[in-house]
Design a protein. Structure first.
Length: 329
């Protein structure tokens, strides 16, 4: 997928896509196609690109689609922009060779972008220390536990100097539209968005996840407030009576509200949120089971294991063992 440049195209900015095994296809395709459309919209070569990866042969996405690579990880030009594309099991595929190469190229001054879970790769390489960044919301909790020197946000994308991160999915399009607008003006970026039928361009001030009312399918302000408080207080759960008091309700009214709209008690809903975070930490980090339990508000491993088994029909230890057995070697 490399392209020869003519003398008239020598000013084209080059993007180097690095496909990490298990990368998210949507993030990669959205970013790459934005560059293609920008060239078409301008009637000239604004951007060029090359696709690299460890080994230089083939990289396979999490969807199972494989791509032939243009080359192995090699030396870049100083004005290149590197885009690391990763996805599932990023910890497994974050190899010493990839990290060493990324550190070396970053020292030479190239811009570095991480799509989806690639913020993990950038952090492991030391490129996000004391910087703002974002990562796919599903990996947020495990990232915070591992990299406490990174100012992690839940934004769609973040630009901090020469290092950029996008949360995954269609957020790569938002970031590319921002870069295209910076390079060639908003008119070109808007044409690209129209061609992609992308009707709502998000900025670095927008958050990744749908609002609570949209996610739960219920528009009730007090219910939304309570759920937001629950999500923000997983490690130190708040009692239903305190939650009710904070939104101006009685505990009984809160119980009725949850039963009516969510068909479960506040206590049960809160427990499900905590167990969901626990499952993410078990599958995405090397934290001990007891530390996972504490991070999710359980005072004892035995109580945690009992609740986990009741909800997921397996123990935390078996869950981790099963995931480890499925991970590629």
């Amino acid at each position: 997928m490399t392209r020869e440049t003519s003398p008239a195209d020598m000013t084209a900015r080059r993007f180097v896509f690095v496909l990490v095994e298990g990368f998210t296809l949507l993030s990669f395709a959205g970013a790459l196609d934005a560059l293609r459309i920008a060239n078409r919209a301008a009637g000239q070569r604004l951007y060029d690109w090359v696709i690299m990866g460890e080994g230089g042969a083939v990289a396979t996405s999490s969807a199972g689609a494989s791509f032939n690579l243009d080359s192995d990880l090699g030396e870049l030009k100083r004005d290149d922009t590197v885009i690391i594309c990763s996805g599932v099991d990023v910890q497994t595929h974050c190899t010493p060779k990839l990290l060493g190469w990324l550190r070396r190229e970053a020292r030479r001054g190239v811009r570095v972008v991480g799509l989806c879970t690639a913020a993990h790769v950038l952090a492991r390489a030391g490129l996000l220390a004391d910087k703002r960044a974002t990562i796919h919301w599903e990996n947020h909790d495990s990232f915070v536990e591992e990299f406490d020197d990174v100012d992690l946000t839940k934004r769609v994308f973040v630009i901090d100097g020469n290092v950029m991160t996008a949360a995954g999915g269609t957020s790569s399009i938002d970031l590319m539209l921002k870069l295209i607008a910076d390079d060639h003006g908003e008119d070109v970026a808007n044409v690209v968005a129209d061609q992609q039928i992308y009707t709502s361009i998000r900025t670095d001030r927008d958050t990744q996840r749908l609002s609570v009312p949209t996610r739960i399918g219920v528009r009730h302000p007090k219910l939304s407030d309570v759920i937001q408080k629950m999500e923000a207080n997983i490690e130190d759960p708040i009692s239903p009576s305190t939650l009710a008091s904070e939104v101006g309700m009685s505990t009984r009214q809160l119980e009725r509200l949850f039963r009516r709209y969510l068909n479960r008690s506040p206590k049960r809903y809160y427990m499900e949120l905590r167990l969901q975070k626990a499952r993410n930490l078990l599958m995405q980090t090397d934290m001990s089971v007891i530390n996972v339990a504490l991070a999710c508000g359980f005072s004892s491993p035995s109580h945690f294991s009992k609740c986990y088994r009741s909800h997921y029909d397996t123990t935390p230890y078996r869950e981790r063992g099963s995931h480890a057995a499925k991970a590629p070697t």
